[in-house]
Design a protein around this ligand. Sequence first.
Ligand SMILES: NC(=O)c1ccc[n+]([C@@H]2O[C@H](COP(=O)([O-])OP(=O)(O)OC[C@H]3O[C@@H](n4cnc5c(N)ncnc54)[C@H](OP(=O)(O)O)[C@@H]3O)[C@@H](O)[C@H]2O)c1
Length: 313
Amino acid sequence: MSKVVVFHEPGGPEKLAVVDTDAPDPGPGEVLIRVMAAGVQPFDIAVVEGWLPLAADGPDYPRTPGNEYAGVIEAVGAGVSGFAPGDEVLGFNVLGSYREHVSMPADQVTAKPPSMPWEVAGGFTAPAQTAHIALQDMGLSEGETLLVHGAAGAVGTIAVQLARHRGATVIGAAREARHAYLRSLGAIPVAYGEGFTERVRALAPGGTVHGAVDGVGGQALDATLELVAVHSRIFTLVDHAKTSDLGIRTVPPKRSAARLAELADLYAQGRLHVHIHAEFPLEKAADAHRFHKRGGVQGKIVLTTDALREARA
Ligand SMILES: NC(=O)c1ccc[n+]([C@@H]2O[C@H](COP(=O)([O-])OP(=O)(O)OC[C@H]3O[C@@H](n4cnc5c(N)ncnc54)[C@H](OP(=O)(O)O)[C@@H]3O)[C@@H](O)[C@H]2O)c1
């Protein structure tokens, strides 16, 4: 049997339940993965509350949240080449990864670097690709200055580091308790609150901010509009409805196995660090959501399975 986290109607974390099913068979072009870890995202909490991404196309209840996973391939479907049972992989999807076995298209999976811990791999693919796409589409260059809102969160953690690798100065906005963490990632920390815009200008070389990744929205976005002259270099992760009015941008759906492989390689080279704030057993997905909703996440929250606990024993 294989455990799956499901919910039958929208609501809070209390709607999440764990049921036993048969492990799925891999269809043509798919790989069956025994999941070791799966990431928890704000996206998942919104899905449980009833929101559905367009790409999900309205699957019937029960639904299973989760867009990222890492595990060991158990079987490959017809037509799959390049993967075999026993391969350690990480990957992405839209919904459905809070489970012990996932069957996923092989082109949404890449090899896990041996040096990448399972808990990191499980929560890597969504924030890393989101940050990477944003900076690439922004065309952030060496010598420029980037402002990251929610810099201590999952996307922010990676965005700060990728921007530093591009040779940019990074100003990371977060609560003060996270400032030492932001410095460790290579960012200049800045606190929210009154005088925010002036503080950022004072920290930015020449007083200029060239681009922004906004994982907070609202007042953070208002300040960003004052700080970044070219609004098309502001990428919001939150205020999607405001993009056309303000001339700012969202992160387009450009996830790919090739992009993920590039990011996994950066991790293997020791050039990316991912802090795991908390791990919860898959069966405690509701507690993971409650923990996330309290705020203050530094890095990433992940769900782990019995398979990982067996591997660690
Ligand atoms: N993960 C992805 O791949 C992805 C993709 C697309 C869009 N997004 C969206 O991007 C946003 C960030 O995602 P994430 O995964 O990085 O989330 P996360 O790990 O929860 O991090 C969000 C960060 O923003 C901070 N924050 C939120 N509201 C704030 C406020 N009003 N003032 C100051 N700080 C605030 C949080 O700190 P505090 O809790 O301490 O305030 C936290 O450090 C979410 O809205 C998410 O839905 C994420």
